[in-house]
Each structure stands twice: as structure tokens, then as C-alpha cells.
Ligand binder design. Structure first.
Ligand SMILES: *[C@@H]1O[C@H](CO)[C@@H](O)[C@H](O)[C@H]1NC(C)=O
Ligand SMILES: *[C@@H]1O[C@H](CO)[C@@H](O)[C@H](O)[C@H]1NC(C)=O
Length: 608
């Protein structure tokens, strides 16, 4: 057992990433993403209080950074040393401690491991003016982020080339073809109604794009979960997410992708099983059992609890990623099971088919989903939460000028705390660091599950398009484009293209509806690209992402469980270097791709 790794993990979990640490001059231990700031107080007879705030913290109260008293001797400034966060721009405000009057205020973006001085002194020209100037004593290290991203993409590419060369491509193609068409697979129900690994019967088109997409999502998720080189933009957003491309690209890598893709797989596999005349009742039993297993595995892997001492029922965390996946799967699968109609044979020449048949044939499902969404909107905006404004969507803590410290997540947080209890939900939400939230809040809570069901249903829609318009590439692409634009427009309207000011901001912690529409829009876009390349033209076989996509449950559970063990983690020479973390995370991710590849070759798939 790797106790050292656990201990580090616990410390990180329990304390969060330290944004600011205070220390005496010369004893400031700088961590990753920090700079040294020396504050020189040269104001005669004035004691200063320095307040700090992150530029990214929306409507936040300023936090006391340090007090710098007057040294008592003119010409000899008193100096205080602090570590400041370099992840985002800093806002500094200096007040006269006694009179509580603002002396000056400035904005500055510090660089990692830099050494800066803030000189506060009487200005020469004005009589009572104060000058606050920042002087760079030592330049920050050149943590050239763009360079690293380039390296990352480059190494992925290299890996791809390497693996393609390592395996004879014609051999792979033969293998895959025989795999997909294999009669033993097509014959058994268990093999076909896979939750994650979908094997189309010989008659269906090859839909590698779905598995490839899932593989890409999974591999990015593993990389980000492993720390993503500890860059802030690979971390879960503190509260609302920003709509710029990089961020959207990166928040999409979390399991949201998964939910969407799961939706399409569910529909595709269930249709093929029903077509073969399997009884609905039997299928229902299978769906229930599979959801139950997912939830159980989920509870086990989110509760290692080594941080809080021995495992105890009093502190078991109930919600989690796989739990939500299980519930979502159950709801959408049962919904499709109840209302599923046989997919009409190709309609190309018949008159009786509408161009919207993928939607019209499933109007009861749509009705149900719209009802669910109304429930989400109703609860989120109209449920009275004691001590909090109704319809609150903010992070609580010091956000919103510190007015609602215990309102983290508004109705979503309240429902979880009420139904599950404070002790049974996630204790260290990602907003804890920036917004200093104190109450527990679970990003995989109950209310958000409604929206993950909506998202999975949009994924089912993608599956329906692929199946209803089989072999009509143009029809499929038009529909993907239309959905991509439609969902994108909804997001634009809901968020007003702003991070925090919209009606419903994009928020991963709440799984807000704008989050769902933005990610789904993006998902349709990716399918729009992947489908023609991977399935229609066969230009790319989906290597290497296809392999983890075929074994996603195994890779997901494996990467969570073995996170702190050797080849995935080792002792870094410099624990505060992004470069070493990045190397480690890339290697760990690559190993999972390799494992998935080996298992694929050996035809080992983890089915539940
Ligand atoms: C930072 O710069 C100041 C002024 O040049 C110097 O006295 C101090 O030793 C430096 N601190 C570190 C940790 O480099
Ligand atoms: C928030 O909760 C803490 C501890 O549960 C309590 O001490 C504090 O008074 C609460 N604050 C407000 C504004 O309700």
C-alpha cells in the first residue's frame, strides 16, 4: 500500500490547494502557482491592512492577507512577506488599519515563483497622496503554458503514430471486422445489451464513432482526474464555468461526455435486442441489475475514506459519478423500454415517413423529458430554502459579497443536505478554495441528476438519428448540425455569453441546463466530425481511443482505484513543478490506453 501517496492525497483533499499562506520573511515556502510578495510599508505612522481577492472570484469579499505595521523609524520600512496565488490575476486593496480608510488598490497578475515588492510610500508630488508600486525583484519562471499544451498534443500524436506502427494496420482491420460481425456475439443477449460496449449485429452499420468518442472522452477524463499537470485550467471550475473554447473543451472532458454517449449506446443496443424478440420484462430485469451494480461500484470507489480514519457508515458518501450514471441509465433505459417502437426499415423511398420521424415516433419520451426539465426549473427557481434567497445559484462562502455563506448551490445543495444529510455528501467541493465555502456540497447531487437524464436523452437522440437514417449520410449530418446549432443557441440565450451574468450560467457543480445544452451541442459537433471520418470514409479507425472506449467501465474504475500506485504515480523530484506532474499524468494516461489495447486484443471486456 502506498501510504505516502495517500497521505499527500488526503492533505490535498482536506486542505484544498493553498491559495495564500502567510509566513515570516525568509520562511515563505512557495508552492506551485505562487509568488513571493514583499510588502514595504514606508508610510509614516500608518499601519496597513492588506486585502486580497482573486480576479476570478465573482462578487467576492476581500480577504485579509496580512497586517503591516509602521516600523516606528522613518526611512526604515517594515516589510511583510506573503505568498500570493499566481493562477489568476490578483486584486489588492490596502487600508489604513486604524481609520479603515482605503489607501490604495491595485490589480496585478503575479508570475509563478516570482519575487515581487509592493512599495507603499508618500508620493513626491502630491501632499497627501500615496503611491503603491510593484517592483519585480526576480522574474517568475517561464512556465510557458502554450509550450506545454503543444508538447502534450504532440506526444499524443506520437503515441498514436507509434501504436499504429506497432500493429499492422491491415491485421487490426481484419480483427475488428471479425469482432463486430462475430455470430457468437450477435447471438447472445448479454453480449449485446451492453451498457458501455456496444456490438452491433452484422446487419447494422459499423458505428465506431460512438466508441471512439467515448474513448476520447474517457482518456481526457483520466488525464484530468490525474491532475492534468496541475494547471488550473484542467481543474474543475470553482463555480460557474467560462465560455471560451479551451474551457468548454476541457470541462466537456468530464463524465458529461459519458452520459451523452451512454444515451446513444443504450438506444442502439436495446433496439438490436428488442428486434431479436427478447422479452421486455427480461430486459427490465437486466437494466435494473446493471444500474444496481453501477451504483454499488460507485459507492465503493468514492468511499476509500482513508483520510478520515476507518470506514464508517456515518460518513459514507452516497452520490458520485457512477451512482449518477447508474440512475441516469436506469431512467433513460426504462423510458425507452416502455415506449420503444420498432425502427422502421429504410424509409428512403416510402411516402409514409416524415423527415422528423426520429422525434415524432418518440413523443411520449419527449413529453416525459420536458416534464422532468420543468421539475428541475421549478425546484431550482421556486423552492424556498431557509435562510437563502429563492432561486439562488451561487457558490455561497465569500461569493455574493459574503451575504449567503451557507447557501452553496441553492436548492440543489439544500435538497441533498435535507434528503441525504450533511455527512453523506461530498465534503470538499471545488468551490472551497476560491470561495471559501464551508457547507458540504455534492457536485453529483440529486437535483443535477435530472439534467444528466436530459443529457443522456439527447444522446439517445443522437443514437436514434444514426439508426433511423441508416445509410443516409447526408440526412444524418444535417440533423447533427441542426441539433448542434439549436442547443448552442439555447446556451447562448441562457448564459448571455457571459460567465456569471446570464440567466442560468454554465455550471458543472449544479449541472445547470445551460451546461447540458452547451456540452450536448459540443457533443453533436464532435459526432458530426467523427462520423464521416471514422464510419463513412473509414479514414481513421479511432486508434488509440477506440480501445478504452470499448472497455470504459474497467478503465474508469481502474484509474480511480490505482491512482496512487506505481506506474501511475511515483515520487517526483520536485513536487512543485508543473512539468514533472504533466509528465507523470501523461504517462499514467498512456498506460491506461495501452492496458485497454492489450485487453482488447485479448478480447477481455468488463461487462456488468
Ligand atoms: C526577494 O527579493 C528581495 C529583494 O531583492 C530579497 O531580499 C529576498 O531575499 C528575495 N527572496 C527570495 C526568496 O528570493
Ligand atoms: C452558517 O453555518 C455555520 C455553521 O454551520 C454557522 O455558525 C453560521 O452562523 C451560519 N451562517 C449563517 C449566515 O447562517
Amino acid at each position: 500500500l502506498n501510504f505516502k501517496g495517500w497521505a499527500n492525497h488526503c492533505r490535498a483533499l482536506l486542505t484544498g490547494h493553498p491559495v495564500i499562506s502567510r509566513a515570516a520573511l525568509g520562511h515563505v515556502d512557495l508552492k506551485m502557482d505562487q509568488a513571493l510578495l514583499l510588502i514595504h510599508n514606508e508610510l509614516r505612522g500608518t499601519n496597513l491592512t492588506v486585502f486580497w481577492n482573486s480576479e476570478r472570484c465573482y462578487h467576492c469579499l476581500f480577504q485579509v492577507l496580512v497586517n503591516v505595521s509602521w516600523s516606528g523609524k522613518p526611512g526604515k520600512p517594515s516589510i511583510a512577506a506573503v505568498a500570493v496565488s499566481t493562477q489568476h490575476g490578483s486584486l489588492l486593496q490596502l487600508n489604513d488599519t486604524l481609520e479603515e480608510k482605503e489607501v490604495c488598490r491595485l490589480e496585478y497578475k503575479f508570475g509563478e515563483f516570482g519575487n515581487y515588492s509592493l512599495l507603499v510610500k508618500q508620493a513626491h508630488n502630491g501632499d497627501n497622496e500615496t503611491a503603491c508600486d510593484i517592483v519585480v525583484n526576480k522574474n517568475p519562471i517561464d512556465s510557458n503554458l502554450r509550450m506545454y499544451i503543444f508538447l502534450f498534443i504532440y506526444s499524443l500524436d506520437d503515441f498514436h503514430n507509434w501504436i499504429s506502427k506497432a500493429i499492422n494496420s491491415r491485421e487490426t482491420d481484419r480483427l475488428i471486422n471479425s469482432e463486430l460481425g462475430s455470430p457468437s456475439r450477435a447471438g447472445s443477449i448479454g453480449g449485446d445489451a451492453q451498457l458501455e460496449a456496444w456490438h452491433p449485429p452484422a446487419a447494422s452499420p459499423r458505428l465506431r464513432c460512438v466508441d471512439t468518442f467515448r474513448g476520447i472522452a474517457l482518456i481526457l477524463m483520466v488525464f484530468v482526474n490525474y491532475g492534468g499537470g496541475r494547471y488550473w485550467y484542467f481543474k474543475h471550475s470553482s463555480w460557474n464555468g467560462k465560455i471560451f473554447f479551451l474551457k468548454v473543451l476541457l470541462i466537456t472532458v468530464f463524465f458529461s461526455r459519458f452520459v451523452f454517449i451512454m444515451g446513444s449506446s443504450v438506444f442502439l443496443s436495446m433496439t438490436s435486442v428488442l428486434q431479436r424478440g427478447c422479452s421486455k420484462f427480461k430486459l427490465l430485469g437486466k437494466i435494473a441489475w446493471r444500474s444496481f451494480l453501477l451504483i454499488c461500484i460507485g459507492v465503493v470507489i468514492v468511499n476509500p475514506n482513508y483520510c478520515l480514519g476507518p470506514l464508517s457508515w456515518d460518513k459514507v458518501r452516497i452520490p458520485g459519478v457512477l451512482q449518477r450514471l447508474g440512475v441516469t441509465y436506469f431512467v433513460v433505459a426504462v423510458l425507452e423500454l416502455i415506449f420503444a417502437k420498432p425502427v422502421p426499415e429504410s424509409c428512403a423511398s416510402e411516402r409514409g415517413c416524415f423527415s422528423l420521424r426520429d422525434i415524432i415516433f418518440s413523443w411520449p419520451q419527449w413529453l416525459f423529458i420536458l416534464m422532468l426539465e420543468s421539475i428541475w426549473l421549478g425546484l431550482t427557481f421556486f423552492l424556498p430554502v431557509p435562510g437563502c434567497p429563492t432561486g439562488y445559484l451561487g457558490p455561497g462562502g465569500i461569493g455574493d459579497w459574503g451575504k449567503y455563506p451557507n447557501c452553496t448551490g441553492g436548492a440543489a445543495g439544500y435538497i441533498d443536505r435535507l434528503l441525504l444529510g450533511d455527512d453523506h455528501i461530498y465534503q470538499h467541493p471545488s468551490s472551497a478554495v476560491l470561495y471559501h465555502t464551508e457547507v458540504a456540497y455534492d457536485p453529483e447531487g440529486i437535483l443535477g441528476t435530472i439534467n444528466s437524464i436530459v443529457m443522456a436523452f439527447l444522446g439517445i437522440q443522437a443514437g436514434k438519428i444514426l439508426l433511423y437514417y441508416k445509410d443516409q449520410t447526408k440526412d444524418i449530418l444535417i440533423r447533427f448540425t441542426a441539433w448542434c446549432c439549436f442547443l448552442g443557441l439555447i446556451s447562448v440565450a441562457l448564459t448571455k455569453v457571459s460567465e456569471n451574468e446570464g440567466f442560468i450560467p454554465i455550471n458543472k457543480n449544479l449541472w445547470s441546463i445551460s451546461y447540458v445544452t452547451t456540452l450536448s451541442s459540443f457533443a453533436f459537433f464532435i459526432l458530426l466530425i467523427l462520423y464521416p471520418i471514422v464510419d463513412v470514409k473509414g479514414l481513421w479507425t479511432g486508434t488509440p481511443f477506440f480501445y478504452p472506449g470499448m472497455n470504459s467501465i474497467l478503465v474508469y474504475v481502474g484509474h480511480e482505484v490505482f491512482e496512487n500506485y506505481f506506474p501511475f504515480q511515483w515520487k517526483l523530484q520536485d513536487n512543485q513543478s508543473h512539468k514533472e506532474h504533466l509528465t507523470q499524468n501523461i504517462v499514467a494516461t498512456a498506460i491506461w490506453v495501452l492496458i485497454a489495447y492489450v485487453l482488447y486484443k485479448k478480447k477481455v471486456f468488463w461487462k456488468i
